[in-house]
Design a protein around this ligand. Structure first.
Ligand code: CUA
Length: 346
């Protein structure tokens, strides 16, 4: 009974905590619930199926145990005229002991075999030539996203083409960590997969409905573990191709923000951030080449607006306490210049 109650409570709170408002998620139309009961990809459908099987089996156990308990409480309650003596006690009944040992073992074995079957079915899927390959690196507290074959590097916003079940174009994701253990989880698309330093894990998704899906780091990884969100933008093949072409383009080189660009290049920003085609080639923080194409900053924590970019450069901790980027302590004038430069990185 306690187990079931805990599970329901957990699901309810998970759904509330992880519901991201469309405003926070920006223009990607992230309106879906991050519930595992609203799957949109093959691994997530399998997860829901398995969840229901487990729910039904454990629910039946709950009904039997709770039913017998209620029956015993009613049937054998104290009545007027009881003589107060103990009822006859049963010791060492072989049948009863066998029954309550063997039956639970059988139930556990069944749950184990069913779960194993699902795990192997999901993990055993071989990559197809049409698959998109993405490498995602977990950092405290953001996601680095690389498309090795497309020459794209971005952060916190995974774009993938929609996969038609008749002609699947799945996305295979290689997971690595730059620091501690994280866990990659997009509830509507697949189960969780740990992201472990010095170990490479793989996971795949084949989203069958275009739209935005919210993901969340699911392994406690430090102060901003809860502020390590991921948005998956599932697009039509044409929209994805358009996005990819835009991301592949070199960083814009607008003349009107030259002062900001020079200032940026002279600051320590370039040790941690990359802007393709410039001196900035740091890998510690997110790639900024097309910063303004993303809908949030700080890994889904705040909306990507000019005011927020400015406040972030001034003092990231004011928006995301614990963020590892230091406050840049620029003069107001320099802050305006660097902000103007970043805003030009579309
Ligand atoms: Cu990364 Cu929790």
């Amino acid at each position: 009974m306690l187990r079931l109650a805990c599970r329901v409570l957990l699901l309810a709170t998970t759904a509330t905590i992880f519901t991201i408002s469309p405003a926070t998620a920006g223009g990607n139309g992230v309106t879906q619930t991050p519930s595992i009961f609203a799957p949109a990809a093959t691994p997530a459908y399998a997860t829901r199926e398995l969840t229901w099987i487990v729910f039904v089996i454990t629910g039946a156990i709950f009904l039997v145990v709770a039913g017998l308990t209620v029956y015993a409480i009613m049937r054998f309650r104290r009545r007027q005229g009881d003589d107060g003596r103990e009822p006859p006690q049963v010791y060492g009944s072989l049948q009863i002991e066998l029954a309550w040992t063997v039956v639970p073992i059988l139930i556990v074995v069944v749950l184990f075999l069913v779960t194993t079957r699902y795990i192997f079915a999901i993990e055993g899927r071989p990559p197809v030539p049409e698959a998109l390959e993405v490498t995602i690196v977990g950092h405290q507290w953001w996601w680095e996203i690389r498309y090795p074959k497309l020459g794209i590097v971005t952060a916190n916003e995974l774009h993938v083409p929609v996969s038609d079940p008749a002609h699947p174009t799945p996305t295979f994701i290689t997971l690595q960590s730059a620091d501690v253990i994280h866990s990659f989880w997009i509830p509507q698309l697949a189960g969780k997969m740990d992201v472990v330093p010095n170990k490479t894990n793989r996971i795949w998704i084949d989203p069958q409905k275009a739209g935005g899906y919210v993901g969340q780091c699911a392994e406690f990884c430090g102060l901003q573990h809860a502020g390590m969100l991921l948005i998956v933008a599932v697009q039509s093949k044409e929209d994805f191709a358009k996005w990819a072409a835009q991301q592949r383009a070199p960083a814009r080189n607008d003349a009107e923000v030259q002062a900001g660009r020079e200032l940026f290049s002279s600051l320590s920003c370039i040790n941690c951030h990359a802007v393709r085609g410039t001196a900035a080639n740091g890998l510690f923080g997110p790639d900024l080449t097309h910063l303004m194409s993303r809908s949030t900053i700080g890994a889904g924590v705040i909306q990507n607006t000019p005011e927020n970019i400015r406040s972030w450069i001034d003092d990231p901790a004011s928006l995301k306490p614990g963020a590892l980027m230091p406050a840049m302590k620029l003069s107001r004038e320099d802050l305006d210049k660097v902000t103007a430069y970043l805003l030009a990185l579309r």
